[in-house]
Design a protein around this ligand. Structure first.
Ligand code: SF4
Length: 224
């Protein structure tokens, strides 16, 4: 079970979360005006593959691998045209390469057989693809301008707990709380703001509250 940050949100008295959510988003949008997805892609297919490869590794690592991968594999058929061992080798550096190669080939088969070789737009169709869980489908939908939910990764979970937006631990339940709270038009950018704030300022072990624009009046976990 990952560490919980729920208890930290008892440090400081702040307004109810419904009153804080918009100012939190606005201040973080100013602080992290460059916050966006860190994966490099040029098409829905490359986006889908990048997100599938990003499980359990860094975006930097994925970009390093896909720079060459996307030259060699341009369409779904390309992933099936080589022996599975070759694909495994080509994605080896992202880790869990056997499982990822299996998911990629399963997904490409389904894209060809059921979706005319295109990445489907409907959220429920994305979830049918082998190896595509809710988080991957959320990232793909959000980047295509049609967020259906809110991506919850380790940063989003930690910051949402520290900011008192949720008391849940399970990512699905955290997402449910956030979907009730975050205005729909912000579903796509909200996780980017949380992720960049988490990386730059609200560190898991040592949050730098003295540099945080939320510390004085918007964060119940503030140490100042
Ligand atoms: S860094 Fe900011 S968001 Fe994180 S605990 Fe401190 S005040 Fe709260």
């Amino acid at each position: 079970m990952p560490r919980s940050y729920v208890a930290e949100a008892r440090r400081k008295k702040v307004a109810p979360k419904k009153e804080r959510i918009r100012p939190v988003i606005e201040r973080l949008a100013v602080e992290h005006a460059d916050a966006k997805i860190a994966l490099t892609f040029r098409s829905p297919l490359e986006l889908l593959v990048s997100v599938m490869l990003s499980a359990q590794t860094t975006d930097v690592n994925v970009n390093r691998v896909t720079e060459k991968l996307f030259v060699k594999y341009r369409k779904p058929e390309d992933y099936l045209a080589v022996p599975v061992e070759e694909l495994e080798q080509d994605i080896f550096a992202t880790g869990f390469y056997r499982q990822k190669a299996k998911s990629l080939r399963g997904t490409m088969t389904m894209l060809i057989e059921q979706f005319d070789g295109e990445v489907p737009e409907a959220f429920d169709d994305l979830l049918k693809l082998p190896g595509v869980a809710r988080k991957t489908a959320n990232v793909v939908s959000a980047e295509r301008g049609d967020a259906q939910g809110i991506v919850v990764d380790t940063h989003v979970r930690r910051l949402s707990q520290r900011l008192g937006f949720t008391k849940q631990e399970d990512p699905v339940k955290v997402e449910r709380d956030l979907m009730r709270l975050v205005p729909r038009e912000d579903w796509a950018r909200f996780p980017h703001l949380m992720i960049w704030h988490g990386r730059r300022i609200c560190d898991a072990r040592k949050p730098r509250c003295e540099e945080c624009p939320l510390a004085l009046d918007l964060c119940p976990s503030s140490r100042i």
